[in-house]
Ligand binder design. Sequence first.
Ligand SMILES: [Zn+2]
Length: 234
Amino acid sequence: MNILEIKKYCATLEHYIGRLDKPFVIDDYVYATDAHNCIRVQKSEFTSNEIEQIIEEQGMKFPLADKIYKELPIRAVIDNGYLSKIVSESLSEFNKKYRHEPEAKCPDCTGGGEVEFSYEDTDSETHYLTGECPVCKGEGIIPAVIEIETGKICDIACAAIIIDKTGVKSDYVKMAADIFGDGEVEVMYSLDTRNPIRMKQGCIDILIAPIAETDREYIVSTKLTLTAQDGEVR
Ligand SMILES: [Zn+2]
């Protein structure tokens, strides 16, 4: 573990500058979080120079960082290779089905929601009338998520997977799988789906907040269920 690796967990949005944009130290651990995804690593994994540098640069500490690491039951011990595989398979499934785009103005009515129709009557006279745009159904915008087969890699920021019953963002699970080494990962959670999923390997301890109830439409895979029925979970 080094400073660059743990910095990947820091907040990057402009809103967070000076707050959560740098790792910080509380007691025996170095933490980094963007308020949705949190990592803590034992100080002993860093050199004393690195610890000095972190303490010197640290800004606001997430006030509850040490309190949110509650004891949770270990629900599964899973091979990190399997974790990576599940996430990448889920995402490729997502990429086939959805293209995520920013909300766009309807090209047919240029956002107005109405279009002009013309028709010719029996005297060959042309009449014009205005009506609801049939493309956007009068909304003036094209919805953000369009269900089409793309076969392409897309914006994965919204994609989520299920761990048992809790939905978590796929890219956070991918970050965890990327930072863990080969070998087993302990997966801990309560059965309340509003609580975080905790993943731990040795001295690396990660907490991933659940997605909001309104984001459950972005769940792309129910493969990672981590139950005893799954032959690959030990
Ligand atoms: Zn339209």
